[in-house]
Design a protein around this ligand. Sequence first.
Ligand SMILES: NC(=O)c1ccc[n+]([C@@H]2O[C@H](COP(=O)([O-])OP(=O)(O)OC[C@H]3O[C@@H](n4cnc5c(N)ncnc54)[C@H](OP(=O)(O)O)[C@@H]3O)[C@@H](O)[C@H]2O)c1
Length: 318
Amino acid sequence: MWLPLLLGALLWAALWWFRDRQSLPASDAFVFITGCDSGFGRLLALRLDQKGFRVLASCLTPSGAENLQQVASSRLHTTLLDVTDPQSVRQAAKWVETRVGEAGLFGLVNNAGVAGIIGPTPWLTQDDFHRVLSVNTLGPIGVTLALLPLLQQAQGRVVNITSVLGRLAASGGGYCVSKFGLEAFSDSLRRDVAPFGVQVSIVEPGFFQTPVTCLESLENSLQACWARLPLSTQARYGEAFLTKYLKVQRHIINLLCDPDLTKVSRCLEHALTARHPRTRYSPGWDAKLLWLPASYLPACLVDAALGWVLPKPAQPAY
Ligand SMILES: NC(=O)c1ccc[n+]([C@@H]2O[C@H](COP(=O)([O-])OP(=O)(O)OC[C@H]3O[C@@H](n4cnc5c(N)ncnc54)[C@H](OP(=O)(O)O)[C@@H]3O)[C@@H](O)[C@H]2O)c1
C-alpha cells in the first residue's frame, strides 16, 4: 500500500525537478525592469546584462541610472521612471516601444517598491496608505497595462515582486495591503493573458538586506509618525510602547534579514529563462520556514503569536 504511494511521489518529484530545470535557449531578448537604482532591481539588471539580455533598466533618480550605466555593458540602457506618475509611465512605455521595435518586449519585472510607515494602524492616515499603494500596487498595474501590447507581441513574461507580507499581514501600515493587492492583480492577470501566450510569475521574498529594510529609515518614519500623534493618543500608548515596538522591529530585521540578494535574483532569472516558469517563488529561509507556513495557520494562532511579541498600549480602555 505505502510502497506504490512512495514510488509515485518520488516519480512525481523527479518529473517536476526535470521540468523545472529546462531552460529556454540563450537569448538577447528585451527585458524592462523598474526600480533599478538599488537592491534586487539593480542586481537583476546587471546579471541579465551579463547573460546577454538587452536590459532596459528604469531608475527613479538620474544618479541611480548613471551609476548603473557605468558598471553595465553598452547593451544595457537606462531611463528615468516614477511609477506613480502616469506621464512618466507613458514616456517610459514609448521609450521601450522605440527600443524593442518589431521584437516586442519579452520580460517586464515590476520591482520598484517602498516600505512606507510600518507601525500600528491607528497611528496612520489615509495618505500614508495612499503613498505606499501608489508605488507598490497602482505603479506596477499602470506599468503592466502600458506595456501589455508589447509583451503580447513577444509572447513574453511578467514578473511581479510582492513579498511574504503579501501572504501574511504581520505588520500595520500600507506595505502588507499593497503587496496583497499586487498578489491579487498578478493572479487575475495570469489567467487573463495566458490565452495570448504571456506568462505571469510572482516572487515573494522573505526579509533581505536592502534599502527597503533599512532600520534607520524605518525607525525615523515611525518616530515621525509618533511625533505627529495627539498628546492624548501618545499618553494612551505610553512612551514605553514606542520604545518596545522599535526594539521588536530591530530584533526582527537583525534576525531575519538575509544579505545574499542572489537568492532573489536567481528566482527572477528562473522566471525569465526557464521553459516552464513557476507561478510563485519564495526566496529566503524565513519565507519558506516561517511566513508561508504561518500564513496557513488559523488566524487565532497567528494573532496570539504576534500579540505576544508586540507591546501593549499603557491605557487600552477608554
Ligand atoms: N528587501 C526585502 O526584504 C524585500 C522583501 C520582500 C519584497 N521586497 C520588494 O522588493 C522590491 C525591491 O526592493 P529592494 O528590497 O530591492 O529595495 P530597494 O533597493 O529600495 O529597491 C526599490 C527600488 O524602487 C525604487 N523606487 C522607489 N519609489 C519609486 C517610484 N515611485 N518609481 C520608481 N521606482 C521607485 C527605489 O529607488 P530609490 O533607491 O531611488 O529610492 C529603488 O531603486 C520592492 O518591491 C520591495 O517591496 C523587498
